[in-house]
Design a protein around this ligand. Sequence first.
Ligand code: SF4
Ligand code: FES
Length: 259
Amino acid sequence: MNLTLQIWRQNKPDINNNGSYQNGDGKMTEYKVTDISPDMSFLEMLDELNEGLLKKGDDPVAFDHDCREGICGMCSLYINGQPHGPESGTTACQLHMRSFKDGDTIYIEPWRAKAFPVVKDLVVNRSSFDRIIQAGGYVSVNTGVTVDANEIPVAKTIADDAFNMAACIGCGACVAACKNASAMLFVSAKVSQLSLLPQGKAERKERVERMVAQMDEEGFGACTNTGACSAECPKDIPLSSIARMNREYFEAKITSNNV
Ligand code: SF4
Ligand code: FES
């Protein structure tokens, strides 16, 4: 396959060394790639492009990746106007070039959200997600020594629900897809997973209060129920998790000392 790539190139980061915001003055740049196998992954295609750029002494395109198996959440590419590209339930690293046609022009951009400032080219800083997790996305109560498997009965429906929520890989596609740059789907997946299981119940009220407060502090927008987050999520986290988080939040707030 021969393809034309339109890629966002940006050398200057959105955030200065002193922490102030600047316009990163990036721009779309055209590249041609030839002899791309339809069986290559999208990231392998970008590797090919970078090999060619390096051979010419040019700066390779910076993009995030790690596991390349759909589990780490690092690959974060806006491909032809869709986070992770055209296939549903698929991360950019699992996307194959057979999803495109010979001669296509493909537009590749970074996630666009105030809380995800661009570092370089297609790489954005997603440490705002880490800070939300640090605010409460864990279990800190001492739940005693490790017990044998299946000692704590959990209903199958609850276990399934928690497992589905735990599938969130923290990629940020939900934020990128949302017109409000809301992080509600990500935060709700984490809140739901922990609040559903016995070990997480003890801290569920403080957890949701702290995580939502941190989410707001990071500059993510509010949810207006348009559903783009769930439609573009590579792990199919359902919108119902946001409804669950709202219930958890309401319940926490009416009994909270922090109101
Ligand atoms: S909810 Fe989906 S889109 Fe959002 S961070 Fe988790 S896996 Fe990615
Ligand atoms: S590189 Fe790990 S999910 Fe894509």
